[in-house]
Every structure is written in C-alpha cells, then in structure tokens.
Design a protein around this ligand. Structure first.
Ligand code: NAD
Length: 304
C-alpha cells in the first residue's frame, strides 16, 4: 500500500464523498416496491426463477441476498437448487420450462456454473424478455446499438449510483474521460457501453493494457472491475475524479476489500464507492428493478 505521507496530494480534498450504495439501494428498492404494487393491482405480481447449481459458497450467499430482496419488494421468487452433477441438458430443460411458464417474468442462472456446463449455451437459451441479468446477446446487442432493454445489473446499478451523485453535486458523465477496468460480458463491457451511451469518452482497460497507471491518471471517472485486490493505487487517481469500485475480495484477516486502494484513493477522489456497502447492494436492487421492467414489458402494464 502507498504510504499516505509519501503521496503527492496536490490540491486534493480531505476526503471524497462516500457513495453509499446501501442507502442508495434502499431508495431504489422502495421505488421498485411501488412499481410492483402497480403491477400487483393489475394482477401481475412479478415472478423471478433462480437456478443455483452446485455448492459454491459465494454463489449461495449471493442467491440468498437476491431471494431476500424479492421478499422485501413483493416479487414471487422460486429457488431451484441443483447438484453439481446436473447435466447441461437438464439445466437447459429447466430454462425451457421457465421460458414457457407465464408466471415467470425473470430467469436467473447463478454464475459460475460447474465445469462441464457451457455457460454461454445456458445464457443463450434464456428468453431475452426474461433475461433479467441482461447477459443474453440480444440484450447486449440492444445496449451496443444505444437502445438498452434489460441491462446487466451491476453496471446498471453503477449508472444509478452516478445519477444520484450527479443530481446532488451537479456532475454528469457527459464529456468526461472514463476508464473502465475489465471487459467481461457481465460487468466491464456493458459498463463501457452505458458510459458511451451517456456521452463519456470511454477507455476500456484489461489484463493486456500497458501503463494502467497512466490511463487511470487521465480519467475523470474510474470504474474498477478487474477482480484484483487493490490493483488501483490511490496515487494513480486524478485529483477530483469519481471512483467506482466493483471488485470484492475476502482478505486474509477476514475483512473485505475492493479493486481500489480505498484509504489512499479517497484522499484524491471527489467521490468513491466503498467495499462493502457500495456497488454490491446496488446490483441486487437493480435486479429487482429489472424484474419489474421485465414484468411490465411482458404483461403490458406501465409502472413509471
Ligand atoms: P472477470 O474475471 O470476468 O473479468 C475481469 C476483467 O478484468 C477481465 O476483462 C480482465 O482482462 C481484466 N483484468 C484482470 N486483471 C487485470 C489487470 N491486472 N489489469 C487490468 N485489467 C485486468 O470478472 P468480472 O465478473 O467482470 O468481475 C470483476 C470483479 O467485480 C470481481 O472482483 C467480482 O467479484 C466483482 N463483481 C462484483 C459485483 C458486485 O455486485 N459488487 C458483481 C459482479 C462482479
């Protein structure tokens, strides 16, 4: 870690604004709860079907959080736990059944899937109208063409976070230089498309990018989704930048950290999301919103 005394803080602020994802997610869930109330009045309580294959401990925690959030906002969730011996055909059969079930508005197959199951084949089988994770090529294609439908929850949650911050502090991604670290289908790639659609000038960095520090030093907005603990050093952050940390890692002492060296970065950033309590809660709240959007579109009931 960079010693704080060694850092050139220049005109840095004392501390960045804390982008409190827990509080923002509570507001988003309250909004979604009202939308679901409108759907329920129309006789269309949204249904989310979740498949959890195998016994990955992190996946079990994530799925538990999603099911709990469904209860809170009024979504009817169905959880199907399957052994890690499940075959690809069995899983595709379950997806087919949910695709055909009128009570199911959203389908979520928790990733990663056990070895032997082709993740892409499973994602591609989900009906795009029920693809509440937003990973289907149809939905990614819509996003790439600037007509977003169902958008991946983590990047959509980040955009909501930026919008809340922007309204409070008069900030916008438009015209800003944004650096997204990571190009996965689930986070980095849709994130870069959302920011492009929001008129930022976007640089996508990845494991083959030379001089990551240089790229980050130019950025007014950094979204870190590399999955490498504290990869982004505080000293790299441009003074006054907005920093969003998507990474989440368990440390040797049992605590959690992100992809950004938080303590040092918050001395230079204008705003920064913490880990935990930043992007994580926004992701789950956005999943609830996607379920409401999917139900609204499929059943023809307006919610906004
Ligand atoms: P991934 O492994 O699929 O992708 C990581 C990306 O980062 C790749 O594109 C890779 O090229 C890039 N990368 C890896 N090392 C790099 C380096 N040294 N320099 C620059 N780029 C590098 O991971 P993912 O699924 O996109 O997730 C990324 C992180 O976000 C993980 O820590 C994951 O746990 C976390 N995550 C959090 C949430 C949440 O809700 N908070 C949701 C999804 C993912």
């Amino acid at each position: 870690m960079t010693a704080l005394a060694d850092m050139d803080l220049g005109a840095a602020r004392v501390f960045a604004v804390n982008l409190d994802g827990k509080a923002m997610a509570a507001l988003l869930r309250a909004e979604v709860k009202q939308q679901i109330g409108r759907l329920a009045v129309g006789g269309a309580t949204p249904g989310l079907a979740v498949a959890l294959v195998g016994d990955d401990p992190a996946s079990q925690v994530y799925v538990k959080g999603k099911v709990k959030a469904c209860e809170e906002v009024g979504i009817a969730s169905t959880l199907r736990k399957l052994p890690d011996t499940t075959t690809q055909d069995e899983l595709l059969g379950l997806v087919d059944a949910w695709n055909a079930d009128p009570a199911v508005d959203g389908i979520l197959v928790q990733l990663p899937l056990p070895k032997g199951i082709d993740q892409r084949a499973v994602i591609d089988r989900i009906a795009p109208t029920k693809d509440v994770d937003g990973f289907h090529p149809h939905n990614l294609g819509l996003l790439a063409s600037g007509r977003p439908g169902l958008v991946a929850c983590t990047p959509a949650g980040v955009m909501r976070m930026l919008s809340v911050y922007g309204k409070a502090y008069g900030w916008t991604p438009a015209g800003k230089r944004a650096v997204v670290i990571g190009r996965s289908i689930t986070v980095g790639r849709p994130m870069s498309l959302l920011l492009t659609n929001a008129d930022a000038t976007v640089t996508v960095c990845h494991s083959r990018t030379p001089d990551l520090a240089g790229r980050i030093g130019e950025a007014d907005l950094v979204v870190a989704a590399a999955g490498v603990p504290q990869l982004v050093k505080g000293a790299w952050i441009k003074v006054g930048a907005v920093v969003i940390d998507v990474g989440i890692h368990r440390m040797a002492d049992g605590g959690l950290c992100g992809d950004v060296e938080f303590d040092a970065a918050r001395l230079r950033a204008a705003a920064i999301s913490p880990v935990p309590g930043g992007v994580g809660p926004m992701t789950i709240a956005q999943l609830m919103r996607n379920c409401a959007l999917a139900a609204s579109a499929r059943r023809g009931i307006a919610i906004d």
